[in-house]
Design a protein around this ligand. Structure first.
Ligand SMILES: [Zn+2]
Length: 253
């Protein structure tokens, strides 16, 4: 698990590059890593995930400009998450698919937090990949359904899209088209019936946090709180424990 945490943190430093460069339309591969403040190229010892951050005390080695906290949290979160996915699924196809999806949603979440945007250039290709995975590598089910499991992804995607399309049409401006498309992607990724778990959890999480922020007067009603990050967190939890949550819930009925 420690090994996977280290590997995950290294992937996290690549995710940070994606989060910086995809919204700006920059190439992910050609530019070497550099300090945003002084432009100095970073060497391997500056790029040790999590550790360089702590050794260098959150500052650039060359110009001493502070490094944003986000780099640290994404690396740490990516590391812990990979260890968690390994602990949950072992070394398997499910491990590879779940880990990739978790990283996809980390990138979507942080870009939404920083830019209030859910980028089509990430969501559309991800939809195609998720559709292919749902057809060729469908998830195992915990409840019997009358149709083949190869269509669970498509059904989940359609449900996710429609469930968020309705509030987006009713409360114009409250929820963006980005959220609607993201809900479609979440349905493709989690499939039917787990799409309900992911979306419901996202709504509850978003409502709780929005309520707390309103109570603490950190936000006013006029300021929209991006919904994408809550959907992303809920999707990651669903990818890890969705079936457990569903069977617990069905057991209650
Ligand atoms: Zn610098």
């Amino acid at each position: 698990m420690a090994l996977f945490a280290l590997l995950g943190a290294a992937i996290g430093s690549f995710l940070n590059v994606c989060i910086d460069r995809i919204p700006a339309g920059k190439s992910l591969v050609t530019l070497p890593s550099h300090c945003d403040a002084c432009g100095h190229h970073l060497s391997v010892k500056d790029l040790m995930p999590v550790f360089s951050y702590l050794w260098l005390r959150r500052r650039c080695r060359y110009c001493h400009a502070p490094i944003p906290w986000r780099l640290f949290w994404v690396e740490l979160g990516s590391g812990l998450l990979l260890a968690l996915v390994y602990w949950r699924y072992g070394l398997s196809i499910d491990f590879a698919i779940t880990a990739s999806y978790c990283y996809l949603f980390i990138v979507l979440m942080v870009i939404d937090l920083e830019h209030k945007l859910i980028l089509n250039k990430i969501v559309y290709p991800a939809m195609v990949v998720a559709l292919l995975i749902s057809i060729f590598l469908p998830q195992s089910r915990i409840i019997p359904l009358p149709w083949p499991e190869t269509v669970d992804g498509v059904i989940g995607g359609a449900i996710g899209f429609v469930l968020l399309l309705i509030p987006a049409l009713i409360y114009r401006g409250g929820m963006g088209w980005g959220d609607v498309k993201m809900a479609g992607l979440i349905g493709l990724v989690t499939g039917f019936p787990l799409v309900f778990v992911a979306l419901l959890m996202g709504v509850i999480l978003g409502g709780l946090v929005a309520g707390i922020l309103l109570l603490l007067r950190k936000k006013t009603r006029k300021e929209p709180i991006p919904f994408g990050p809550f959907l992303a967190v809920a999707t990651i939890v669903t990818l890890l424990w969705g079936n457990n949550i569903l069977s617990w819930y069905l057991g209650l009925l």
